[in-house]
Design a protein around this ligand. Structure first.
Ligand code: UDX
Length: 457
């Protein structure tokens, strides 16, 4: 694809990703995009879940020294609150020392770009007088829900919910089309700690010079307009990032390439790709419902089961004996981690059963692959609502641990007329993506603006 030809530079940018797969991928893609604009790139990273520098010989990598607590975090990475607290308290001073050292070098630091969850870096940037830009890995639609956290709590949702004044199907005032049940749980229940951290993240984004989004204007124009009322910062919608540079080199797990050779054996548009991202975990009984739902649908499937993603199991040992050979009769294939973008682009892939993480959703949109959404937490819930009710490019499977409902959702999307209509709509959006990245397109122009904006510091 074309990249804008704005003024070129070799000024240094320091990028600070959150050490989680769904955050590392877009940040490293962003780094590549900015490098292609002739900025020099330094990636500041934690020692745990660190990106592999050998995949990026054109970047400089600097590791933030830590106190060794990271081992605890890796074994409990699902506990995001703990991770956010850790990086924003224990790692702040080491981060400051690294940044000061980089500033004292000949190249200096033109701008700091951090994942939004590193909210404490704003004060450091202010002290050291370095402009900070925030990179949001979620989309605008879901961020709006988070950004209204204070208002939502003031609306007394908790009491109204428990007094049954409000039902889970009810629209949230000011956040339509989101329903009460689409709000991340901590917004509707007492969870003081989570809300506090969230407010700090929102506040840190507000204080940043600008926000970079991995999305495109045509998809979220109305949401951007609404967000602008609370967040007057400049917004740069330059996505989808992975259309400039793929994410495979930032994968923390080995991608099983046999996924592609298995897909090669199947007809076009015949395989359901199933993956629930890098964090979601399920219980063993739920895993078995998924397995039986897939088997009973009689459709072909490629299923990513991440080791450790089933409580109490190493991998797939809980499956009934002979599941793939005798029950599924060769229609299914299971891998530990797949080259997802290539899988979605493969002609045999028909649909994607996803947890509705934003990267997965965007990757599916870019390949025109209809989705079955099974969100678990955080931004996944709003993402699924937008996919199924606003963009209408997928269906939401509300009860995704019940084999009958799984079977019928798969058939809706893969066999029935509804699936065809969904496919037509998502193919249309895929066409828009291609246009917005071309010269004169919305993301192309926004990237040009971003480059000029950074050069103006
Ligand atoms: C997390 C949260 O779950 C999500 O809600 C938030 O939007 C981002 O952070 P994650 O669970 O990792 O994200 O999901 P997602 O955002 O979809 O990112 C997963 C990434 O891993 C994608 O880029 C995908 O291509 C990649 N992936 C996934 C693989 O490379 N192989 C796989 O087998 C599965």
């Amino acid at each position: 694809m074309a990249t804008p030809t704005a003024t070129v530079t070799n000024r240094r940018l320091v990028l600070l990703p959150l050490p989680l797969q769904g955050h590392l991928n877009p940040m490293l893609q962003l780094a590549n995009i900015l490098h292609s604009k002739r900025f020099s790139i330094t990636i500041l990273h934690t020692r745990f879940n660190s990106p592999n520098p050998t995949n990026y010989p054109h970047f400089n990598f600097v590791s933030i020294p830590d106190d060794g607590e990271e081992k605890l975090l890796i074994s409990d990475i699902g506990n995001l609150l703990r991770l956010f607290n850790y990086i924003n308290t224990s790692l702040v001073d080491p981060f400051r020392e690294c940044l000061e050292r980089l500033m004292s070098e000949d190249d200096g630091v033109a701008c700091l770009i951090t994942d939004a969850q590193w909210y404490s870096t704003q004060s450091v940037a202010d002290d050291l007088k370095v402009p900070r830009i925030v990179h949001r890995t979620s989309n605008i639609s879901s961020f709006r829900a988070f950004s209204r956290i204070r208002i939502l709590r003031e609306m007394d949702l908790i009491r109204r919910f428990s007094d049954q004044e409000m039902k889970s199907e009810e629209l949230v005032p000011g956040l339509e089309p989101l329903k009460v049940k689409d709000l991340p749980k901590f917004l509707t229940m007492e969870a003081e700690g989570v809300c506090k951290v969230l407010e700090l993240i929102v506040h840190g984004s507000k204080r940043a010079r600008a926000i970079i989004w991995n999305t495109f204007r045509e998809l979220e124009d109305r949401e951007l307009e609404a967000l602008n009322q609370d967040f007057p910062n400049p917004h740069f919608l330059i996505g989808p990032f992975h259309k400039y540079f793929s994410a495979s080199s930032s994968s923390l797990l080995v991608q099983d390439q046999t996924s592609l050779s298995w897909l090669d054996k199947h007809p076009p548009n015949s395989v359901l790709y199933v993956s629930f991202g890098s964090i979601v975990k399920v219980e063993e009984s739920q895993f078995l419902e998924i397995a039986w739902g897939l088997a009973n649908s009689k459709q072909r499937f490629l299923w990513v089961v991440r080791p450790g993603s089933i409580e109490g199991s190493e991998w797939i040992e809980a499956l009934p004996d002979g599941f793939l050979k005798n029950i599924v009769e060769g229609r299914g294939y299971i891998v530990k981690w797949a080259p997802q973008q290539d899988v979605l682009a493969h002609p045999a892939t028909s649909s994607f059963w996803t947890h509705s993480g934003w990267n997965s959703t965007l990757e599916s949109i870019c390949e025109g692959v209809p989705m079955i959404c099974s969100p678990s937490f955080g931004d996944q819930l709003p993402n699924a609502r937008y996919v199924s009710e606003v963009w209408k490019i997928g269906v939401t499977l509300e009860n995704w641990f019940e084999r009958g409902e799984i079977e019928s959702a798969i058939k809706r999307v893969m066999v029935e007329e509804e699936g065809l209509e969904i496919r037509n709509r998502i193919m249309n959006i895929k066409g828009i993506v291609n246009l917005c990245l071309k010269e004169g397109g919305s993301s192309y122009s926004s990237l040009e603006d971003l480059v000029n904006y950074i050069l103006s510091f």
